[in-house]
Unconditional design. Structure first.
Length: 269
């Protein structure tokens, strides 16, 4: 049975029969049904076979004019400045979490992962707010991690870009996901990903742009982080940018319009 938090997170988990009955009526009203998760697109094609040709997988998009990498020299200097602004050692390695502090994202597991990593030169930046903020602060204190975690609260999306640019990795410990925009934004800034196996991320992340942890135990996720932190040359900016490129807004929008045009041309006159 799903947890109480999980039920509250998604309607179909709380009232599946009512949800799918309503959905079955609604989907027939649409000419095009788009999903940013390939598994969901496949599910809907099987769930409503008579509508299968209307269901398509669509990539989330990232604005690569805003999210872009720094040069190696600029990145080194930005990391140094952030470390000194927060009274951290010059060689600090930064991990970034950006998202809601919600059971879906499992931020408590994240700070437990930092404890399991047990590296005083690793510093976690948490950009986000939500219902788990008090519990998260208590867990940070319990694990004696106050000097290794900075909680910034809610951060304007534009102000996230400098954080992506200094991070040695973006970390996700989510229970379930679609395709998180933060993953695309981080990759577009040249930053590798460490994530649990959920959602669309494992389907496109390459061995050179991040690591997927099949085990959700903090120690296992810490081991995945250690791979990226200890071998940064194996997770280059260019490899991350290559993965992000097909998700650029211009590329995806042009594909959507082309698909719509082809569908319109195929309709009988």
């Amino acid at each position: 049975m799903a947890s109480k938090e999980g039920k509250n997170a998604i309607l179909w988990r709380r009232c599946p029969q009512a949800y799918f009955a309503l959905e079955g009526w609604l989907v027939k009203q649409f000419d095009e049904i788009l999903s940013c998760n390939s598994e969901s697109a496949s599910f809907y094609q099987k769930q409503y076979p008579e509508l299968a040709d209307r269901v398509s997988f669509i990539r989330n998009t990232v604005d690569t004019d805003v999210c872009k990498p720094l040069s190696e020299e600029e990145r080194t200097l930005a990391r140094l400045n952030f470390a000194r602004e927060h009274s951290l050692p010059d060689g600090t390695k930064f991990l970034l979490f950006a998202g809601r502090l919600h059971p879906q994202k499992d931020p408590l597991r994240l700070v437990q992962t930092i404890a399991a990593l047990n590296d005083p030169l690793v510093h976690l930046i948490i950009a986000g707010d939500g219902e788990l903020a008090p519990s998260l602060k208590a867990e940070i204190l319990r694990l004696n991690l106050s000097s290794q975690v900075t909680m910034l609260g809610a951060v304007n999306p534009v102000k996230l870009v400098p954080l992506y640019q200094i991070a040695h990795a973006l970390v996700l410990t989510s229970e379930f996901e679609g395709l998180p925009l933060v993953v695309l934004e981080a990759l577009a800034c040249g930053t590798p990903i460490v994530s649990t196996r959920c959602g669309e991320t494992p389907n496109f992340l390459t061995p050179q742009s991040g690591v997927i942890s099949d085990d959700r135990a903090p120690k296992a996720i810490a081991n995945a982080l250690q791979k990226v932190l200890s071998q940064p040359q194996q997770y280059s900016q260019s490899a991350c940018l290559q993965v992000a490129q097909p998700y650029s807004a211009r590329h995806v929008v042009s594909q959507v319009y082309e698909s719509m045009l082809n569908r319109w041309k195929a309709q009988p006159t």
